[in-house]
Every structure is written in structure tokens, then in C-alpha cells.
Design a protein around this ligand. Sequence first.
Ligand code: AMP
Length: 507
Amino acid sequence: MNISHLLRRSAQVFPSRPALLAGERVLHDYRQLAARVAALAGHLRTRCGVAPGDRVAIFSANCPQYLEALHAIHWAGAVSVPVNYKLHARELAYVLEHSGAHAVCVSGALRDAALAAGAAPATLQELGSDAWEQAAQGPALEMHACAPQDVASLFYTSGTTGRPKGVMQTHRNLLAMTMAYFTDVDDVHPDDAMVYAAPMSHGAGLYNYAHMLRGARHVVPESGGFDPAELVRLAASVGRLSFFAAPTMVHRLVEHVRRAGAAADGFKTIVYGGGPMYVEDLRRALDTLGQKFVQIYGQGESPMTITALARAHLADTAHPRWAERIASVGVAHACVEVRVVDAEDRPVPAGEPGEVVVRGETVMAGYWANEEATAATLRGGWLHTGDVGSLDADGFLTLRDRSKDVIISGGSNIYPREVEEVLLLHPHVSEAAVVGQRDAEWGEVVVAFLVAGEGGAVDDAALDALCLDHIARFKRPKEYRWVPALPKNSYGKVLKTELRAWLQAEG
Ligand code: AMP
């Protein structure tokens, strides 16, 4: 089944429900949206020569036409390649070349960047341009019938090590992911609204399908990005607003709401994930906004769907293991199995750390044109996530770190996240990132990068004392560095490779 069937179905069942909004302004209802998508698919097919299976990239910041482009590509049976719009021209060039993109849907502001990356002018389709509007009024294409195992989308991994890899997400993967939203994350009501505050090329965009299926509203903020004040205003005016956010975005929203004393009634569900949510931040978020949170753990290779920490788990404060549970990423989604294994792929006992592996309906078909990486990552029929975690006896998974971030100092493993959680207990520490620095004596030593909160920086002795109170002496940072901000990618993930590079550059 073609994943865009969800849009076609809603156009039939809920034709006059508002579908696409720019801020508070309704642009199209479901009937209009499906008609535009079918016409744009026709344009791609007949004017641009896009055949089923061809790859079409989308290189754009968030805008309402993003959803039109995504669905038009699928409607035509082609493969979408959503590209992080903050990529460097060289990185974009690699993705376009590697995927063999036949056409590129680009926002006006990024046209030059796409050309600089080698996109042929004739292949560019400018979102929201006059030509786009004209194409959206053209003759409709019948939806291409896809097999479940056909590739719907290529998701290029961020490639912090080596070249990015193109994850092949099939129509079946995306459908399973959509159903998993209902079983393990949240139910969606037709009056709900999904707001795209995080980049649509990533997790936020993937959540469009569940909201398409229910005939809910899709809201693209006028700013095209994450602006806490705008989001709070939209929550008040649009109402029943849900969104996906990286933990760093939750942190910023919470600080804004606290400072501004804003009401947050208009928010329905905030799904957070994509990186570690520190317990101190989560407690503050729950105190400020109430029980509106659900956590997901996923990766491009099993989109948005490995584990979930449900609202009910977060609300179950009387549970004897509540404190451990809120520090976990929850339990396996219903449609996948999750294990923690040793280096020989043998499951380890409860509580022991190992690599998280996943099997099930959402697991990718493999990496595009990269058999070697596919075979290694999917060996034995399990997706090897590269994440280190442990499962407790009740099935709750606690992530430590990505294996490449683990610090080995004097022969002992140190999980940076554990140290970061402790540093964040200090009221003056707003953000923390811990990395290893090469050291002749210890192999690696622990270095903490810190961003000060309103109270300003504190001296090393105070932080040392805090660490000695909570964690083993050998895990204590040898150095604390206060920085104005941590380097992050556009998905809000802290770039630890960059922090390590800073340290290495110093020798
Ligand atoms: P990506 O493929 O870009 O979505 O990145 C996926 C990676 O982000 C995972 O392999 C994890 O390392 C990390 N990640 C995703 N969700 C979470 C979460 N809820 N908590 C901690 N790390 C996460």
C-alpha cells in the first residue's frame, strides 16, 4: 500500500476538515490538499519525467508545501529523500549524487545552495513558487500502487562518522510506524493539530502520517522553525497542539513558559526524543507543563519506533521505581522486539549493559547502495543500533550512550550521560556535555563542557563536590569548561565529535 493512501482516505472521509495551516491561517481542507497532491504528482510524472522508484530530494526549511511535496512524491510512486536543509553544499552534493536524485524540491531561499551542490537547474521544483501553484492546479495523477516492501523514503543519517548512509524506509515501515504512534504514543483526535516546530526532514515530518490518517490539522509555524513564544501563541489560538521536539527544544520551551508565566493549556502532547532527556530537565518540564509528555526512542533505521515511555508511566509517580523509569526510554513498541546483547550477539542478563538490537515491522530494508553496511547493521536479522543500554526485569530500557561516546579511562568505562545528569543537578548548570580527551597516562580523561544558567558559572570545587556526592571518583571530570553554547546540529543533537575535535586541536 502506498503510504499516501492515508491522505487519499482522509480526503474521502473528512473532505472539508481543515488540513494544512500556515500559522493560524487555514490554507486547504483535506479534499483540496489531496487534489493538489495528485496534481503535483502528475506534474512530477509528466513534466519532470519522474518514474516510480525514482528518487526526488526535498531540500527546504519547514513550510506548508513541504507536506505537499512529500505526499506528491509518494503519490507518484517515487522515493522521497528529505535532506536536512542546514547541510553544507558538499554534503548535499553527496546525498544528491549518491541517491541519484532525479529532481529536487527546493525552497526559494535554498535554490542557490542546491545549484552550488550541483543540482541541475531543470530538475529544481521551487516550493510555493508560481510554477508550483500552477502545477498544483493541473490534472490529477492516479495514485501509484506500491508494494509494501517498495522503498518510500531514503533517510540519510547524519554521518558524524564517515559518509552518511541512505536508510531505505519502505511503505510498510512507515505504515507500521504510523500504527505504532496510536498503540504506544498517543491517540489522535480530528480536532488535534500537529505543529511542525522541529525540522520536517526528520522525526517531526514522519509524524505527519498519523495525523493525516485521523484527519487532524497540520500547522506549519510562520517562522518555519522553533520559536517558543510563537509556539505558546499558537497553542492558545489553534488549540490541542501536539508536536515532536528534541529534548533541547523542550528545555527552551519550559524556560520560556516559566519566564513569561505563559499558559500552556493549548498543548496536548509533546513527544520528545532523538537524544537524551536529562532527568532534571524532565522533572522541570513536568512541573511546568504537566502530564503532556511521551518519550520515544528511535533512529532512522527504525523510524521513531524502538521504545516509548508513555504518559501513564510518567504520571505513575507512586510506582516504587518511578525515578528509574523516568530516566529510561520506556518499553519496546508493540510492533518490535528489543534486546540488549554482548559483542557476540548473545542477550545479556537484566541490568547489564550491551548493544541495543531491534527486530520488527519498522526496521529498514537496508542502506541504499551499501551492501556492506547493510549486512553489518542487520546481521542475524536484528538491527544493531550502536546504542548502549540495559533492560530491566520489567522491560524498561535505559540508554547509556552511543558506543562511540563511551569514555575509557584507566581501563574503566564511563558513560558520559551519567556524569551529565549529575552536573545538571547544579542550579547554575543549564546544559552539559561530557567527552573524553586523549591522555598519555589514563587513555582518556573526562572533560565537561558546561553552559551556565541565569546564576552564572561556578567554581570547579563546587562541581567536584557534587560529583563526589553522586558518582564514583574516577568518573569525575578532570576539567570543566564553560562555553556560551554547545555545538548542535539542526535536529538539536549535541555534536560531541565537534567537542572532541576542539580538544584534539589543542593537542
Ligand atoms: P537519528 O537516526 O538521527 O534519528 O538518530 C538516532 C539516535 O539518536 C539513536 O540511535 C540514539 O542514539 C539517539 N536517540 C534517539 N532517541 C533517543 C532518546 N529518546 N534518548 C536518547 N537518545 C536517543
